[in-house]
Design a binder for this molecule. Structure first.
Ligand code: AMP
Length: 221
């Protein structure tokens, strides 16, 4: 099974992917996490990616595609995978199509999370993440705070705010999203796999409700 998560930053892609990963026993692969891992290792690749990430810009396609291609060759994706944060440009979507043909895989669903614009900025700037790279639980200081401030409920590690989730960078990322990534939704429009759905606090439809509907949809497909 191949699942693609689309949506603005902090629209809930990672949270929904986590639930689907548990349900279908397939790994959720976040391109942002891959970059952050290279950055924390202090590698040259990480340094190059960081130049773009710290400015709220997209990492160039050549580097992004290189890292995703090598990740998709690992053993754990044999039964399927969830891509969270890739593709983010129409070019990446085309490259992914070619990769999947080579691997004899096809996309089952492209989940496009639609979140009202006014909610997105607030969600980005109130997002917090567990610093333990094996946990990475996502919190929100308003909607879903940890029980003890600053500490992850699941593993007890400190939680932190990503530098690019701070207001000025978040605004830049949103601008980039509308320019570069929103067209990816159109790219999938005529493929029969696009599943657009609202994830919004305003209608009380959050990650659990969205994931439940997706699971039901996929099981009946
Ligand atoms: P994320 O964790 O998905 O919000 O990604 C954090 C940052 O990593 C983005 O703002 C980009 O700078 C970079 N990034 C993640 N995925 C991609 C991608 N598919 N293409 C280009 N840059 C990416």
């Amino acid at each position: 099974m191949v699942i693609i998560m689309l949506g603005a930053p902090a629209s809930g892609k990672g949270s929904v992917a986590e639930i689907l990963s548990r349900e279908f026993h397939i790994p959720a692969i976040s391109s942002g996490d891959i970059f952050r891992k290279y950055i924390s290792n202090g590698s040259e690749i990480g340094k190059r990616a960081n130049e773009y990430m710290t400015q709220g810009m997209l990492v160039p396609d050549d580097l992004t595609v290189q890292l995703i291609t090598s990740r998709l060759k690992e053993d754990d994706v044999k039964e399927g995978l969830i891509l969270d944060g890739f593709p983010r440009t129409v070019n990446q979507a085309k490259v992914l199509d070619d990769m999947l043909v080579k691997e004899k895989k096809k996309i089952d669903i492209v989940i496009n999370l639609e979140t009202p614009e006014e909610e997105i900025l607030e969600r980005i700037t109130t997002r917090r993440i567990c610093s333990n790279s094996d946990c990475k639980t996502i919190y929100n200081t308003v909607l879903h705070p940890p029980k003890v401030e600053g500490i992850c409920d699941k593993c007890g590690s400190p939680i932190y705010q990503r530098d690019d989730d701070k207001l000025e960078k978040a605004k830049k990322r949103l601008e980039v999203y509308y320019k570069e990534t929103a067209p990816v939704v159109d790219y999938y429009k005529n493929t029969g796999v696009l599943y657009s759905t609202v994830l919004s606090q305003s209608i009380n439809r959050m990650k659990d409700e969205v994931a439940k509907d997706v699971i039901e949809y996929l099981k009946n497909k």
